[in-house]
Ligand binder design. Sequence first.
Ligand SMILES: Cc1cc2nc3c(=O)[nH]c(=O)nc-3n(C[C@H](O)[C@H](O)[C@H](O)COP(=O)(O)O)c2cc1C
Length: 212
Amino acid sequence: MIRVAVIIGSTRPGRNGEAVARWVHDLAVKRGDAEFEIVDLKEIGLPYLDEPMPPAMGRYEHAHTRAWAETIASFDAFVFVTPEYNHSISGALKNAIDFLYAEWNTKAAAFVSYGSAGGVRAVEHLRLIMGELEVADVRAQVSLSLAADFEDFSVFRPAAHQEDAVVAMLDQLVAWAGAMRSLRTSGESGNSGALVDSGALVDYAAASVGDS
Ligand SMILES: Cc1cc2nc3c(=O)[nH]c(=O)nc-3n(C[C@H](O)[C@H](O)[C@H](O)COP(=O)(O)O)c2cc1C
């Protein structure tokens, strides 16, 4: 069965992200067409990126990176639950994404965002990041307004229509996750996992390590 991670992209004490992710997860598990698990970056507790080699090399030195890689490798798709911080995603989410490469490749992603403008600017940044990681991001997304979907900007009370938006997003995500899984298992994804073995990347990695 397709496995989907619902990733909580905020680690702040008092964060709104946890309630949003649990709401998405509660709606998702009713579907029965995929398995859904919450992945909480606060619990994962990664440090700032501390791997000497670029993630596309896949040579992870630290146990925390290998554990994170194993977690992400076990999923076919991701729902990123993201706040908007300064018109982008949180530093914690960007850092967690940056740790890995191949484990994200040729999978599918969808976005649930929140903020004063629905967090849509954060999602636009995430879509660019997904492109670099060879993740297929679906169009349907859920945008929650701090004014309309929260009381006092902190108690999550989503408007009724937002449930329909979650359903539409997950319909697309599960379908695309299946398609991407076929592509991955066919061995014909054409993804740049091959870069891992390319001389250019090895040279680049060696130069990066030499710079440190
Ligand atoms: C550092 C920081 C920057 C923020 N910048 C924005 C912003 O640019 N646009 C916006 O709509 N909301 C912004 N907000 C408001 C957050 O979207 C809101 O506080 C949200 O609840 C944060 O997610 P969290 O509670 O899960 O951490 C910002 C909040 C923080 C803490």
